[in-house]
Design a protein around this ligand. Structure first.
Ligand SMILES: [Zn+2]
Length: 131
């Protein structure tokens, strides 16, 4: 990969990273606000309506889920930026061949080429038995 392309992907990754961090901060502050409302002692809306409590719990679980999957993507972005520094960006982590530019365009933090990622998916589908 030439330097110009590398810089382009690095800029995309840094942008994505900023976006994820902003989103994560929002999810966290929304969760904080919800728990503050709960502890404010407003009994009319809290303790006497089990159905409402249920949906509150679901909302909380949803934000935890979001935080974790986003957190995982953020980790992948950081890893990709480190690979860019090491000069390994765009190289498949498994077979060492160059990752298809179209794939990097869609997912700049892709760690594997399409072939290797399909193989990995297949392994998961097969219940992760022997290779
Ligand atoms: Zn590969």
């Amino acid at each position: 990969m030439n330097k110009k392309d590398l810089q382009k992907y690095e800029a995309i990754l840094l942008d994505e990273r900023k976006r994820f961090i902003t989103e994560l901060a929002q999810i966290k502050s929304e969760g904080l606000m919800a728990s503050q409302k709960e502890s404010s002692g407003d009994l009319s809306s809290a303790s006497y309506h089990p159905a409402d409590q249920g949906s509150d719990t679901m909302e909380k679980e949803k934000s935890v889920f979001l935080a974790s999957s986003k957190g995982n993507e953020l980790y992948e972005i950081d890893q990709a930026l480190m690979r860019a520094k090491d000069g390994k960006f765009g190289i498949c982590d498994s077979c060492g061949k160059e990752v298809d530019p179209a794939r990097l365009e869609a997912m700049p933090y892709a760690r594997y080429c399409i072939k290797c990622s399909r193989q990995a998916e297949q392994l998961v589908k097969n219940g992760n038995k022997e290779q």
